[in-house]
Design a protein around this ligand. Sequence first.
Ligand code: ADQ
Length: 492
Amino acid sequence: MWTADDLKDLVRERLGDYLFIVVANRQPYVHTFNKGKIECRRSVGGVVSALDPVMQACQGLWVAHGNGDADKQRADAQGKLKVPPEDPRYVLKRIWMTKKEEEEFYYGYSNEALWPLSHTAFRRPVFEKGDWETYQKINERFARAVIEEIGDKKAFVWIQDYHLCLLPKYLKELAPKQLIIAHFWHIPWANYEIFRICPQGKEILEGLLANDLLGFHTRYHCNNFLDVIDREVECKIDREKQAVVRGDHQTLIRPYPISADFEGINRMVDEPQRGTLQESFISEYNLQDQKIILGVDRIDYTKGIPEKILAIDMLLDNHPELKGKVMFWQIGVVTRLHIAEYKKLNDEINALVEQVNWKHATDGWKPVVLVRRQFFLKELVAIYNLADVMVVGALHDGMNLVAKEYVAARKDEKGALVLSQFTGAARELTEAVLINPYDREQFSEGLWTALNFTEEERGKRMRKMREVLKVNNIFRWSGKIISELLSFEFKE
Ligand code: ADQ
């Protein structure tokens, strides 16, 4: 089983004199103003939890967008500072964007073009020329930020996600012999029929093929990528090695399923404050004497939130005896709100909650409680333990960490998971009740089945899922990628 210490040992043993650089849009530490004072907090999310210990161990460099309103106050003239603030071990280098650049690079090309293109969720991608130009400009800015730091040294670089498709190519053009580059793509990769609508498809592929290693969550996404390459790029595909070969350069294409911090979450389950948190949530949200079906998502059209509410509606139509006894608690954190599609989705969700509650409510009881709030992981762990059934209804998802966090948190082996078959997680969590969120009948039947599992059935399924996650934890994900990355040799 991989641990944070194994990761540290790995980089200490294998990195030698080389530099280790992570490049991501998201930074590990953010500075913000709060009542006139500057606060620093660590960003939430699996990638930061997995990589922060590695960076501390190898005293690496993390390059990211400085998006906190007090970030400039805490960085030097080159945007640099040492983190973590309480025990500085590695360098965070912030790059800056104007509001317009952020609008066009992040909200525009990344999230209005590449995000819908990659998720088959039937939202039309928007390809604006201005967004694309800014996307190129910002990728170049990231490249310069890395190059400024390496001087004449050699470095292993690990790039995160779809915001930085062009970065590998720009980096290799600037320092061809000094860099070995891996890139992890956190979202699905679309099939050829969808990908080919992208007007900048060729440039995006050229960018990604400058990587030495390119990772996706599942083999299915690797295969989609290879099919696209096969049709769009002049090259040889070595199916046995799973590599794309062009001239003397090859890019290995590999599946690395991301996971949750299983051990860390299990420790949180044991903390005494969990019980207190649970009690306060029960009274705050009126959850007494109810079976709880829980949803936790970023509010995004790929997550199938309307589909979940409609499945609950059908569940209550088909089983009116559940009224007053079961409720659907949907927790959502609002993101990307000033993209029109997200605003529309939020309005749609409000209207549906209203409609379903109006239809089924009885005295003092309503079936859907929607809470738009960001919780700390500790709080989520308490919330996960209140849910009889967890429901993940994503229309398409690279992995889906919420499903894995829920399983990691159910040390008591009492919960049940209803999981969309279109998530990467469905490939590993086969003991979940797998559903198609587009099929309302099957979806509501799945909820009914999970609600009615015997204690024994819940225990058996949860135990098996926990065994899978105990081994396939977040440190294994990063450990596998870093091991492969560090095994490449620099060209002379
Ligand atoms: P996301 O689309 O963000 O990630 P997901 O994997 O489910 O989707 O991760 C969401 C994270 O946000 C979870 O860690 C969850 O705990 C947290 N979260 C959700 N709602 C929250 C709330 N109200 N308060 C606090 N935290 C909340 C992308 C891809 C996924 C892939 C991940 C990692 O879309 O497919 O699994 O990256 O690679």
